[in-house]
Design a protein around this ligand. Sequence first.
Ligand SMILES: NC(=O)c1ccc[n+]([C@@H]2O[C@H](COP(=O)([O-])OP(=O)(O)OC[C@H]3O[C@@H](n4cnc5c(N)ncnc54)[C@H](OP(=O)(O)O)[C@@H]3O)[C@@H](O)[C@H]2O)c1
Length: 251
Amino acid sequence: MAQGRLQGKTALITGGTSGIGLATAQLFAREGARVAVTGRAAGRFDAIRAQLGDDSLVIDADVHSLPALRAMGERVAEAFGGLDVFFANAGIAYPTPLRETDEAHYDDIMDVNLKGVFFSMRAIEPILRPGASVILNCSFIIHVGRPGISLLAASKAALRSLARSWSRELLERGIRVNALSPGGIDTPLHERNGGTPEAIQARKASLAERVPLGRLGSALEMAQAALFLASDESRYMLGAELVVDGGISQI
Ligand SMILES: NC(=O)c1ccc[n+]([C@@H]2O[C@H](COP(=O)([O-])OP(=O)(O)OC[C@H]3O[C@@H](n4cnc5c(N)ncnc54)[C@H](OP(=O)(O)O)[C@@H]3O)[C@@H](O)[C@H]2O)c1
């Protein structure tokens, strides 16, 4: 049998219980990695672990909680010894029009999308092995001005900056930090903001209409891009960004 592209490696994916993160965890496991995922939906943990293999870890860790993130780092260190791949993927998205957005909304988006990534990285940086690959899940939205989603765009733009800064900070250890910027992807994220099934379908259709390739992307297509960034095939990418968005930010 051919060797997997992540054979013998260890990987941690935050928000690995749904959508892009779960598809990536499944693909990484198929490619030979030992995988740890985090999320909050404890009721689904056993089913997810069954999909990822007996040597996988499913960790209950809300990124709002710094103690939970420290415990996540300790658990991964204990089980895996060190990490070759870290995919900071947990994130939330909902509209924040200027006149309808209060401090609680601001804190919520920034706490999960920016502070959560910063302190997840803070917790696992000591256990990253030389040559490790770190991937920060951004968004195409950082490249275009769209009404009503400024906080989402700003939180993700900050991650794009972190990829550059951390690449320099960790350069001497051979650790590469790159950004992955998905376009509109068909995942449960679009259902999390409520509405009837028809309303959710209409929102997704309206987003798909704006994509030059004429459709939303799939979680598997993002997982395949993450696999490239995780593997040695992307070894000459450093502090860079892979935009995988059907052309929505380009054309
Ligand atoms: N879908 C898109 O169109 C799109 C486009 C651009 C970028 N992205 C980015 O891609 C990433 C994954 O999105 P997705 O579409 O796969 O969404 P999703 O299906 O909603 O999955 C989000 C994941 O993040 C986890 N999560 C959310 N809040 C968390 C918290 N406070 N603490 C810990 N985990 C938390 C969720 O865990 P639980 O299920 O346990 O809550 C879930 O595993 C996000 O960062 C998103 O911004 C998505």
